[in-house]
Design a protein around this ligand. Structure first.
Ligand SMILES: [Zn+2]
Length: 192
């Protein structure tokens, strides 16, 4: 497995956030139907956790299940892709205790998060940078989870929060901010 060239000891006390993975299904809109298997989704989260280990944050998968997309009208050109995708995702199977992450096959943006859920495209487009992630879907997922933790875009090539690249690094300030938000999320959600 690919890993970050980091110090061997964990510099922070680990913060564990829960994630629920939804593998989107749709007969009427093939773009929404992921081809990822449960095993591949787990492998993606293993890589996400390697990336986020530099901040001492771990995303624990509480469940992986298929989610049938709503029967929506075909996308019109004037509707933003992300809005159209989001409208086709039913919310009634979302987790009350976890971050919901939906995988789809194809969409305009590589991923998005503007309030639940996180949506990730399994065929993202990107530019390679030195030391970047090999599993690009994992990188996109880790980037969107950065937005969940209130991180903003940062156009420094090798940074996790740069758009359209495969960099994975976080600055000390980003690590501090992400951990602060993770602690807030842990305080807000009921833990089992
Ligand atoms: Zn982004």
């Amino acid at each position: 497995m690919w890993s970050l060239p980091l110090q061997s000891h964990e510099p922070f006390s680990p913060l564990i956030l829960r994630a629920r993975i939804h593998l989107m299904q749709s007969i009427t809109n093939p773009r929404l139907q992921t081809t990822l298997t449960e095993k591949e989704a787990r492998a993606i989260f293993d890589e996400v956790n390697v990336i986020w280990s530099q901040a001492g944050i771990r995303f624990e998968v509480e469940a992986i299940s298929s989610l049938q997309a709503l029967d929506s009208t075909p996308k019109r050109w004037y509707i933003k892709d992300r809005d159209w995708v989001k409208a086709a995702i039913p919310t009634n199977q979302f987790s009350p205790t976890a971050i919901d992450v939906c995988f789809v096959k194809d969409m305009g943006p590589n991923g998005f998060f503007y309030g639940e859920p996180v949506v990730v495209c399994e065929t993202p487009e990107f530019h390679k940078v030195t030391g970047g992630a090999e599993n690009i879907v994992a990188r996109v997922t880790a980037h969107e989870l950065g937005h969940v933790l209130f991180l903003q875009h940062r156009q420094e090539r090798t940074n996790l929060m740069a758009s359209g690249k495969n960099g994975v690094s976080l600055s000390p300030q980003e690590i501090k901010d992400a951990r602060k938000r993770a602690l807030e999320i842990l305080g807000q959600s009921p833990q089992p």
